[in-house]
Design a protein. Sequence first.
Length: 530
Amino acid sequence: MPVGDGQSVAGVLMAGGVGGWRTTRGGGRPRGLFCGIGACFDCLITVDGVPHQRACQVPARAGMVLTPDEPGVGAAPTEAGSDTRVEVEVAVVGAGPAGMAAAGAALGAGCSVALVDAGTRPGGQFWRHREGEPPRGRAFGELAAALDDRRLIRLVDSAVWFAEAAGDEGFRLHTTDAVVTARRVVIATGAYDRVLPFPGWDLPGVVTAGGAQALLKASGVPVGRRVVVAGAGPFLLPVAAALAEAGTTVPLVAEAGDPRRYAAEPAALLTAPGKVVEGARYAATFARHRVRYRTRRAVTAAHGDGAVEAVTVSRLDREGRPVPGDEQTIPCDAVAVSFGFVPQLELALALGCGTRLDVDGNLVLAVGADQRTTVDGVYAAGEVTGVGGWALAVVEGQLAGAAAAGAAARTPWVKRRARLRRFATAMHRAHRVPAGWTRWVTDATLVCRCEEVTAGAVRAAVTELGATDARAVKLLARPGMGWCQGRMCGHATACLTAQLRGREPDAADLAAFAHRPLAQPVTLGELAGD
């Protein structure tokens, strides 16, 4: 297969028409790309004889030998942990909008800074770009320019797998390349797509909206020729627009929420006029490419023999329940789904940071006016404090970086944060997850993709085995116990469990899947070396 500049292994396979390249160890189901950012492990493949490589993360090169991943094969060989030691005043984890801003603010206040990121280039998922093609826009350029400082140590392609307090030294971050010791830490680890299960959602061709965007941005490859975009939230708009501009037919954007709810909070809209302009720009793109946009609609099933061939789209009532008899079947070869995002909290929770439930139902970090968490010396910014978009992430990063460096907060930053957070709250209310989504989940529907746990097994754990919370369901039925450690199924399992118990999911339900002592895959060899 031909290899384009900067393409991942998954990008090359998808460009070559290969949508699935392994089967699951239990049910023998075909699998391929799903999350597209290394969170779900569905795209595992053997590269040059080394098993269990995430195809969306491995850069492709000519001459690679790719073979299907075999269930039960041992883990990839690796060298022992690195002896490299880095000592700085402030360590920032994550080089997305929030992390870049935090590092720049701390440098501006005179501190030495380590910026640690699992990616090879700054920008995170929002500003993901191909080698030699930086993102457009002034914001990225200004943040990148602020990082041009000799006091900055950048650790790229370096995942933090464990964080701990280090007494008088501050905190210690264990990465795949080094051990970083810092007096203060800024957590800016971002988020990944929140997905809800439906019959057929594990077929190759069903991907997250973020996965579709990542594949297009990083590899220049559309996820399909005819793609339905569905879920809830404004993120659906840029994904559908980008696919349409790339030549993909987008027959429908199915928004489960009701954007008319924005009208109930006009003050929030007035504080973010740029969002209205942005929405109008997407509407023009949709009109130009004949993309239909429908609200209170959801993909309730995907159909196909080994890959997606069509989806069922149902109209939802005001309670988010499918209206019987009001559905249509749409032929397609891919579906991009997202119901917002789930913050990545592993490292902050490992350090003991407190949490709260946000308006969108997510577990997020509790922070003060200066972005300080409940642990002295640990600050947080961006989606981990509440999903709100890149502009909010930047201003929170600026506040967190300045506070971590001991500098005073700037009043314009504080005012901008309040304004953007107000809009984020309105956004979550307008695009809330449909309360009736469990109506389209049959007992045979997989909830946990890794361990192949069905909704029926989750229901049985509650109704027959007496589980009273999500943690008990996890122990009894094993959702969240596989490769991704609950990143893909945690929210759905918590919500389904709570509903069966006649209540709303609480912080403990969500924390059962957010706590991961090891934040990234690590081998025994790396542990021994460290």
